[in-house]
Design a protein around this ligand. Structure first.
Ligand code: FEO
Ligand code: CA
Ligand code: CA
Ligand code: CA
Length: 601
């Protein structure tokens, strides 16, 4: 497996071949363990998981469903422990409840689903030898955030008329967070989480009579008379005919202080409202956070927020209070990209243009800063609440589903996972361009963005495609120029993280090459640049999420295992993690080297 040259430090493991095993498969010499499964009790008083007798009350004290983003933070003062925070993006009722009738959910089932959404905070113990992690149940920091937890709305759109409802006439307090996909971890010790496909929770859109409201809802994909889960039957706030503004209160980046279990989490309107995938900050030289963000929808955009305020160092109460205001004041930008090759050389197949690269320049278009709008015909509040419409007006570049957007902590270069876009180039849709060079794009690409002078506040940048994913034998793929007969095939990149050596790690969602999804490491600089190496695969129907790469362990969230058309509790498509006859459970998995050594060295 050495192919005549050594892999990059941190990626020296035997790559896992593409496969469809109903298991988490890892390189030889590595061990794995399920850290935490859906339904395991984490709060004081929560009962053991019993899928046949599940209740909303039990679920509210147990680990939620469909873990997506995952992060581990230091726990000062408690040796050998870390604070784990996980997102619970959505629920698969057909895999949670035996005999589930999608036309007639019961109130208990709906309330279980509310309690299974949100986030979990769980302290974990590191095993002295080896990489295993054990949840510390009932730790004082353990916490569940659900679809009914109160949030404070902050930033320039807080209290806006657009956010007021009959239950919250001030427009400042929202119950719950929904569809928390990926996220970010701030240098001041908080966790960010993106509210992504919130459209699916709202019904009766056809009862809205005001055409402007209908158009705004439609731009966010809210058009259905009946929602998938029928929540509008159980709580009027999900009924748009009664509460047309409730949907305007979802679609934000939320911020949670995991060190204060009594803190009220915030919804940060200054970061705009769209199908937020994730939010990962980088600090400017003078200590202000810049947050990069993707809107995961075909032909939607990527954004950045530049704060006006500097982070205070340290963990004093004053510092913590100050730092919780950093994401409320600043400027919101959207990206416009221009290719440097003639459009005639972009033929939609992924074949490289004559200059040998898909590359070009770009600009960050300012949409709003504080109470000032830069978008003609829209107030600042409208820009923050209907950000997609603002970006449409300003001519932002329509991308192939921007998922994670993350700056490398080592180089400052920003990587953007563009997962796929089967509609690129179809009649009436945007055709291939240099940044999105394939029509009916099944496999996605990874774009690398370099801010001018490597200054994250710059309004100009350069970019190139780092990977054009798919079968390496397909001439329409590109692995940063690395010999393609020596790479692991990758398809549908989604989540991004970095290891301590500066390598980029990518997890996938929707592999279209016949393998299950997985986790891949790739050097983003040096002689191994573009050498993609697969570290693991996940079970049937699952997506690989939340990768965390530490020196001695790799963690992933196995999300929606068994999610296959027609699968139910009675007719499962996966037996993971507990074997045949047991209910399928989304879970967090930890992988480490059997000999206790560092990952990939
Ligand atoms: Fe929830 Fe865009 O993945
Ligand atoms: Ca070019
Ligand atoms: Ca995702
Ligand atoms: Ca995804």
């Amino acid at each position: 497996h050495h192919h005549g040259r050594r892999a990059a430090r941190g990626l020296r493991f035997t790559p896992v071949p593409p496969n469809t095993a109903d298991a988490v498969t890892v390189p030889p010499g590595y061990r794995q363990q399920v850290v935490l499964r859906w339904g395991e009790p984490i709060l004081r008083g929560a009962p053991a998981f019993d899928p046949d007798r599940q209740t909303a009350r039990a679920q509210a004290g147990q680990f939620g469903y469909n873990n997506d983003y995952l992060t581990l933070l230091d726990l000062p003062g408690e040796r050998g422990r870390q604070v784990m925070v996980a997102n619970h993006e959505y629920t698969n009722e057909e895999l949670m409840f035996a005999g589930y009738d999608p036309e007639n959910p019961t109130r208990e089932q709906v309330e279980i689903a509310w309690a299974a959404h949100g986030l979990s905070v769980v302290v974990v113990d590191e095993e002295r030898r080896g990489g295993a992690l054990t949840p510390v149940t009932r730790h004082r920091l353990n916490r569940r955030i659900t679809a009914t937890t109160p949030f404070r709305v902050t930033g320039p759109a807080a209290g806006s008329r657009l956010l007021r409802t009959s239950a919250d006439p001030k427009g400042t307090t929202v119950l719950g967070t929904l569809n928390n996909c990926a996220g970010g971890t701030t240098p001041w010790g908080t966790v960010l989480s993106g509210e992504e496909n919130f459209n699916q929770y709202f019904g009766n859109a056809d009862a809205v009579t005001d055409p402007e409201t209908t158009a705004r809802l439609a731009r966010y994909g809210i058009t259905d008379a009946v929602s998938e889960r029928k929540w509008e039957r159980f709580d009027r706030r999900f009924d748009l005919g009664r509460e047309p503004n409730e949907a305007n209160r979802f679609g934000y980046v939320i911020e949670l202080d995991p060190y204060d279990p009594d803190s009220v989490p915030r919804k940060r309107t200054a970061l705009g409202r769209f199908k937020h995938e994730a939010a990962q900050p980088r600090l400017t030289r003078d200590g202000r956070p810049v947050v990069y963000m993707g809107d995961d929808e075909r032909f939607d955009y990527f954004y950045k927020f530049v704060s006006n305020k500097r982070m205070m160092r340290g963990h004093s109460r004053a510092a913590r209070e100050h730092n919780l205001t950093l994401l409320d004041e600043g400027a919101l930008y959207v990206a416009r990209l221009t290719g440097d090759s003639p459009a005639s050389e972009i033929d939609g197949s992924g074949k490289l243009p004559r200059d040998g690269e898909f590359d070009g320049s770009g600009e960050w278009i300012k949409l709003a800063e504080g109470d000032t709008s830069y978008v003609p015909g829209m107030t600042a509040e409208e820009v923050y609440v209907f950000t997609r419409l603002a970006a449409d007006k300003m001519g932002a570049t329509k991308m192939d589903r921007p998922e994670d957007v993350e700056p490398s902590p080592r180089t400052g270069r920003v990587y953007i996972a563009l997962t796929n876009n089967k509609e690129r180039g179809l009649a009436g849709k945007a055709p291939a361009d240099e940044a999105n060079p394939r029509n009916e794009n099944k496999h996605g690409q990874v774009l690398e963005l370099t801010e001018r002078r490597n200054d994250p506040t710059a309004e100009r940048f350069a970019w190139r495609l780092f990977l054009v994913c798919g079968d390496p034998e397909d001439p329409g793929t590109y692995y940063a120029g690395f010999p393609k007969d020596k790479v692991s095939p990758i398809s549908c990149p989604d989540n991004i993280t970095f290891d301590a050596y500066g390598n980029l790690w990518l997890s996938t969602d929707g592999n279209a090459l016949g393998s299950h999804d997985g986790l891949f490491g790739v050097a983003d600089h040096g002689r191994n640049e573009g050498e993609v190496r697969q570290f693991l695969t996940v079970p049937a129907g699952a997506e690989t999420c939340g990768p965390v790469v530490q020196e001695k362990r790799v963690l992933v969230c196995v999300q929606h295992p068994g999610e296959v058309d027609g699968a139910t509790v009675e007719n499962p498509a996966s037996a993971w993690p507990d074997g045949p006859g047991k209910i399928v459970r989304p879970s967090v998995v930890c992988v480490w080297r059997a000999d206790g050594g560092a990952i990939g060295v």
